[in-house]
Design a protein around this ligand. Sequence first.
Ligand SMILES: [Ca+2]
Length: 397
Amino acid sequence: MPRSTLVALIAATTLAAPAFAQSDFQACLQSIRGDALQQGVPAAVADRAFQGLTPDQKIIELDARQPEFTQTYGRYVGSAVSPDRIAKGQQKQAQNRALLDAIQAEYGVPPQYIMAFWGMETNYGSFMGDFVVVRSVATLACMTKRREFFSNETVQALRILVLDQMTSPQMRGSWAGAMGNMQFMPSTFMKWGVDRDGNGRIDLWHSLPDSFASAANYLRGVGWKPPLPSSEEVALPSNFPLDQADSSVEKPVKAWAAMGVKKMGGATLPNVDDPSSILLPAGWRGPAFILYPNFKAVMNWNRSTLYALAVGILARQIAGGPGVMQTAPTDDEPLSRDTVIDLQMRLAKLGLFSDEVDGLLGPKTRSAVRLFQKQVGVPADGHATPDLVRRLQQAAR
Ligand SMILES: [Ca+2]
């Protein structure tokens, strides 16, 4: 999984990369080599992988990019959960049924979730990345501000070379170092990789048994438990208190049921005490979801809420279930980073926001948006839309 990393990358993005000195890069590699040897990597393997290695300027540039716009639920899920991706997931699931059933019996992760991650990560193995992983993670370790994280990833990449008897040029992945069908970072590979087909190597590129079992092992390791899904669409009663619809608010599933929350179509929610949240990813006019504990396991794989919602929606439809019934409002536009910064500054001017002005729509910004919405008498869903931005511009000049 690259994107828990990717989110960290985006959050910690540096400005223009400094011009690098080759001697600094070599000194950095030597330091990583020392760590690798301490973790049992033979000197010959490290030396061979590092011989002639230079930083990849393209990776430095990709790493320095900042996302210009926020993503909206409607656009993100619309593109991630396409009819083609659902159909292909169903087809792949049917082709691998016996294997997936055996993995479910062992790890408790249902087939449709393995397929959904596979579809989200690499479109079922069709793009796994062609960067030399050791060069990617060594560049990120030595040329960016996340030296500690990527130094460890480089050490783990060297350990994989030893474990899998590969050469460095054979080990390919995304520019950020994520590998194979499921886009595992080297540390994830070392911690959760499984040799399911028993050939003595963990092969996440060519072996579907290894790829699927490793994904299931990882998910179970970060807390996945049957039988509830990760999330599902719900119908909220008309008097539902909108400030309760936030991932920071947790209640037992049956407490939401007692407040009148039902499954879409009217069925009652499971009568269980599991902690859960209600989320309105497109605001009060869009669909509502209940997030069960397994949502956190999915977020552990990738810290993007929209990614995690898309996995749940895709999995449900791969299993033959319904899609999301409530459509997202079509006038919900992505906001530019500058717009979000402006919004935070205006909220601060009104005394509603005192946190860091960072251009990100985090929990504190959402709380401030709710306070403003209450002041102006619109539904307090904490969701920043172009309309809300206009109202705020009028209120705080
Ligand atoms: Ca294997």
